[in-house]
Design a protein around this ligand. Sequence first.
Ligand SMILES: [Zn+2]
Length: 198
Amino acid sequence: MVFVKDGGVVAPGEPICVQEEFDPGENSVLDKSGVVASRILGKVFYDRARRRVDVKPLRRPEVIGINDQVLAHVKGIQDKIAIVSILSVNGRALKHPRTAVIIPRRGRGVKGEMKDLIGVGDLVVAQVVTSFMGVIGLSIWRPNLGVVLGVCSKCSGILTKSRGGLVCSRCGDKHKRKIVPYYGNLEQLTSMLEVRTG
Ligand SMILES: [Zn+2]
């Protein structure tokens, strides 16, 4: 006897079928009465060849919360804010990049305009500080936040760190940025874009 059809959604503890039909596989358990039940909220898949039933977890929506650390691509800069596209959250790459806004530092000690701190095309690490009506506000003001990879506004060359600041590797132009301590470390950058499963 099968209680849920192939591809059906089940809740934790929900009976799927009797063991005579399918053995419990991934995320499913056999109870004392010989009924296979789901352990998770997921979708049912019957493996007829192996005569077992698996429950695959439902894909959770990509939630971005306050204090999450994000890697973002700078799309545009205005006087006090920058528009970015979030590529990854807490080291997990997003399937669908989300637009967010880097907001100015509150209170005293605001030095320079946004264009003196980041540039269009840069990759930045930022922290989520507000989320209002679906608009995500980001901060780059703490020392471990800021540009991880900058590009030249003239020629799009990669900026490299030198004693005098950031210099374009292609045209030699100098640029001002608020950079992270590990600026230019590509290994660290790649690890932030890793796609993790589960
Ligand atoms: Zn350049």
